[in-house]
Design a protein around this ligand. Sequence first.
Ligand SMILES: *Cc1c(COP(=O)(O)O)cnc(C)c1O
Length: 461
Amino acid sequence: MADDPRRRILGVDRLVELPWYRALAEQHGGAWVRDQIREVLSALRSGAEPIPDSEDGYESLLRARIALGVAPSLVPVINATGVVLHTNLGRAPLANAARSAMAAAAGYSNLEFDLDTGKRGSRYDHCVELLCELTGAEGALVVNNCAAAVALALAAFAGGRSVLVSHGELVEIGGGFRIPEVVEASGARLVAVGTTNRTRVEDYRRALDGESVGAILKVHRSNFEVRGFTEDADLAALVELGRKRQVGVIHDLGSGLLLAPDMLGLPSEPTPQDSVRAGAELVAFSGDKLLGGPQAGVLVGTEEAIRRARRHPLCRAVRTDKVTLAGLEATLTLYRDPARAVAEVPALRMLSESAAAVESRARELVGRLSDAPGASALRVAEGESLVGGGTFPGVRLKSWTVSWTPRGTPDRILANLRKGDPPVVARVNEGSVVVDVRTVGQEQVEDLAGAIRRALSADGA
Ligand SMILES: *Cc1c(COP(=O)(O)O)cnc(C)c1O
């Protein structure tokens, strides 16, 4: 046992006295750094790492471990997938105006304080005027996300009673948002009417007899298409039916596009304004889909319906915070001038950018790489981007890509790109690495070029 190499491992007591150790402990917190050095020593004892010959070797090991520990878990990435509203990459990137407003609101704010009277105010008053102005509704309420907005609307209108939903709208939206489960969670009883492909107003009318119905829920089928022998009850017709029986209609719209879709070159899509005009009591939509703001759920509707939702205890459980409200307000403000919204809300700008402009960014990217080893493999080609976020499932946006067929496997290149700083998320198509430039901002081109340069060089080695 005398020559057990583990006897050479230095002890904690000796290491903690060294100047570099003290500096690290000062910087990162003594107790935490002591835990890290213990982990380093235990890795040495287990033989997972070779035992350093000098104190400097211990310093390197500790610094490496600390670097891992202090690296944030949530980091910015470059989205080179071409999916504009990429749910896994945080959906909508925010406008600069929203980013500044969020940073400013991060300190104290008048979140629940009325600056005119000096008395208590309500967080639920922020954004209301803007939302009413932009959608034509009488009232508005902002909560945590659209799923929460729908659950709250159902709880407020139909808790303990039935809610009528078309069989064709018992959908899953993604991320586990399933209409039957949301109805159940809100304490309402689901009554499915009609059939999967055809549901008429008459089906709702029949279900209204004999049931204690609290609401009719209409769900926008945002993430899939139905074709062929289909029929749907029109929202306005449902509102008319509901009015006769004193049953409110809730419209779960999902995306919340506040502009005419043709401004973005997109096909027809119902907007919150349409639903308000059709007379829905409550309309629910997301803040971070086509609205292009922070994660939030918005309810707009009649004054009475909004009051009911605000008073429901669930409202407190799904409230938003000051930073979100500030970002949403700044985003909504841009919509007062629709052209400005298209220019400054990144999701709208990316969706509406011409293929020619995307192409010139793709060529700029390749131009920056002209001197990189392996650059001759790079191709600039047409491609197709997606709207994403569970919206416009049938739409393909003409885009431009930079792609290459690596020597190694494309998956290894992708893994390499993900490990960079900032990480780049690209895709693979038929053995090639594909970088779609539509979702890459002009300010990211330089970083992206650096990442591709490193990936090419690693592939050549
Ligand atoms: C996306 C979507 C939701 C869920 O929205 P979140 O903001 O993700 O909670 C609900 N309903 C519809 C129709 C949707 O498209």
